[in-house]
Design a protein around this ligand. Structure first.
Ligand code: PHE
Length: 367
């Protein structure tokens, strides 16, 4: 038989509870900051605290003691919770004030933020031109800036005594007789592409070119061109004009038109200078309208010179192994600086080479 050990009902230790409440209140008052207060809360009202344990023990008390114990513990807990809440508010406010004081930002201080750079407007314009040609289904081709004299002149049908070959126009690469020059135009890429890629061929070649010009507002020894070359069966001058019109419209807006004037280049026959109708003054309203006499873009002529063009000379095709009886085509060369000057109102070409970022920010920033 199992004898039941008579259970002594646990009594509530009033003193201990009152002491615990007093200790908690003292600890709350002494907590220096909210982090410490959090610790106080865990210690004094957390699950293992005297108050919480006593609270949990109420149900085990003899019935007649429960109400009194509940009241005692409940009141004590209430005082502690209230003190915690008040202290929490007090400390948090003090901490916020402190943070505002120490983290104050003086918006009047001079900034040390680095200014943003910008891409060079010539690069942006070149990419825009490339996009235009890619949009027409053409390919982009490139060639070297230090070019064989043969590609720069001979393949392009320049006579040995052509004036362009002279030292006063062309930078020759040392030593004398090296056969190398800094390319004076992008046309040598025509010959390279014909030899490398064969026909039919539709290419645009943007690139840097060099001539022994003194730098001034409209000349620079280093400048940029974009060359166009189309070789196929049955291409005519009408295809050239149509292509130039498309370029003019893309660069200068709907309604832009072009005109050709007879000219001479050894590598094209017939050759022409191409002019775009001025996009700036009254001339843009049509060829039946006169240009504004004081227009800064066209000088009152109504036309702006854009570069050279023509039907590729059969001699060039032959030099590149193409039968001119079967394939014909056209070529043109546009000055990129010139387009930038006209489109964006840049007045001095030297600004493009000086490397002042403000120039690029002004003319080159695109979103
Ligand atoms: N290469 C010529 C120049 O630099 C321009 C040009 C290109 C002319 C293609 C005709 C055909 O002046």
């Amino acid at each position: 038989m199992v004898s039941e050990t008579p259970q002594t009902p646990p009594a509530i230790d009033e003193q201990a509870i009152t002491a615990a409440v007093e200790q908690a209140l003292a600890a709350i008052a002494a907590a220096p900051d909210t982090a410490a207060l959090k610790q106080v809360r865990i210690e004094h009202v957390g699950d293992r605290s005297v108050i919480a344990t006593a609270n949990a023990g109420i149900k085990d008390l003899p019935k007649d003691q429960r109400a009194a114990a509940g009241k005692l513990i409940g009141q004590g807990k209430g005082r502690v919770q209230k003190a915690l809440a008040e202290r929490q508010q007090e400390l948090a406010a003090a901490e916020e004030e402190q943070a505002l004081a120490t983290e104050k930002v003086d918006v009047t201080l001079p900034t040390d933020r680095l200014p943003r750079g910008a891409r060079h407007p010539l690069s942006l314009l070149t990419e825009r031109l490339e996009d235009l040609f890619v949009g027409l289904g053409w390919e982009i081709a490139e060639g070297p800036e230090i070019e064989a004299e043969w590609f720069n002149f001979d393949a392009l049908n320049f006579d040995v005594d052509h004036p362009a070959r002279q030292m006063q126009d062309t930078f020759y690469v040392a030593p004398e007789g090296s056969g190398q020059v800094l390319r004076t135009h992008t046309s040598p890429v025509q010959a390279r592409a014909l030899l490398e890629r064969g026909v039919p061929l539709y290419i645009a070649c943007p690139g840097t070119t060099f001539r022994t010009d003194e730098p001034d507002a409209t000349h620079s020894p280093v400048f940029h061109q974009v060359e166009g070359l189309a070789i196929d069966k049955g291409l005519t001058m009408a295809n050239l004009v149509g292509t130039l019109d498309a370029i003019a419209r893309t660069m200068f807006g709907e309604g832009a038109i072009t005109r050709l004037r007879p000219s001479y280049f050894p590598f094209t026959e017939p050759s022409a200078e191409m002019d775009f109708r001025c996009f700036s003054c009254d001339a843009k309203l049509g060829t039946d309208r006169d240009a504004s006499p004081d227009c800064r873009v066209c000088g009152g002529t109504g036309w702006i010179e854009m570069g050279g063009c023509g039907m590729v000379n059969p001699a060039v095709l032959r030099a590149c192994g193409v039968d001119p009886e079967e394939y014909q085509g056209f070529a043109f060369g546009l000055g990129i600086e010139r387009i930038l000057m006209l489109r964006n109102g840049v007045e001095d070409m030297r600004d493009m080479a000086e490397g002042d970022v403000r120039f690029s920010q002004h003319y080159g920033t695109e979103i």
